[in-house]
Design a protein around this ligand. Sequence first.
Ligand code: 3HC
Length: 292
Amino acid sequence: MEINKVGVLGCGLMGSGIAQVAATAGFDVSVLEVEQKFLDKGFAGIEKSLAKFAEKGSIKETPQAIRARLHGTTSRQDLADCDIIIEAIIENVDEKKKMYASLDPIVKKEAIFASNTSSISVTELLTAVKRPERFIGLHFFNPVPLMKLVEVVKTIATASEVYDAAYEFGKKLGKVPVRTSDKTGFIVNRLLVPYMLDAIRAYEEGVGSIEDIDNAMKLGCGYPMGPFTLLDFVGLDTTYYITHVMYDEFKERRFASPPLLKRLVMAGWYGRKSGRGFYDYADPANPRAGKF
Ligand code: 3HC
């Protein structure tokens, strides 16, 4: 099963990162978006990131040569000859299923369908297509061009040769693939989400300030970011959504949203992307920790 052409659905933070990594690895990539302006925004981010890598000498080709393998489109037909489709659209079951159902009759029969979902059941998504044995999860991490991991998710319907091909594809992308199955949260979020939620509970219980908890985990454990910096980086709305899916699945307090997370999301304070979350990013170089 040879993979040459890659289709990416969505050109947001994750989709553009996946497209960049695939093009850097030598694949021909088509990225589907609903409007040209989203492609323009995503591709501008890719160009900026490729320029940084070129500056550091960490890519073998010029950014222009890599960029030439990336094609943006708003037409589903342009994905017909892709060998793998990686979906990275909004975390919404119905939207994702609609997207897969509309592409299933267009994209060639042998192609693999993959989802970058972080918490939605891959098994639920595969019910939207007539090729369930060719459906997998490929979960990347933000920022995709820098984070080395990809979780390769098998469902009870996935054919072994499809799973193996996806695993090898993960390696060709320059990532370290890990094998996991379709259990909510997979490996990383199963462990990371309760940790981040516990940091919020520790703060609510007065264990330490936001800055002190962040510094403690950063300097005491060697983590690149403390839990609140990471929460703001991942997005509080995203995390809040994931807590719902995980709590619904496991019915355990460790996966439930602490009240403060809910309040911040209700206020529209989603973290770095909205300029405010656990920190205030009015001066992005010097984020100020909030007091709640
Ligand atoms: N492309 C190219 N270069 C980039 C880049 C990008 N997209 N983003 C950052 N860089 C560069 C920076 O310019 C900087 O370059 P410099 O050394 O020349 O200044 C370098 O990478 C390091 O960046 P920073 O100085 O800004 O900061 P850090 O040293 O802290 O590194 C980080 C940034 C790699 C993001 C690091 O902080 C980190 O690993 N953080 C944890 C991220 C993490 O845990 N991600 C997973 C989130 S969970 C998830 O995604 C799953 C989902 O389902 C929730």
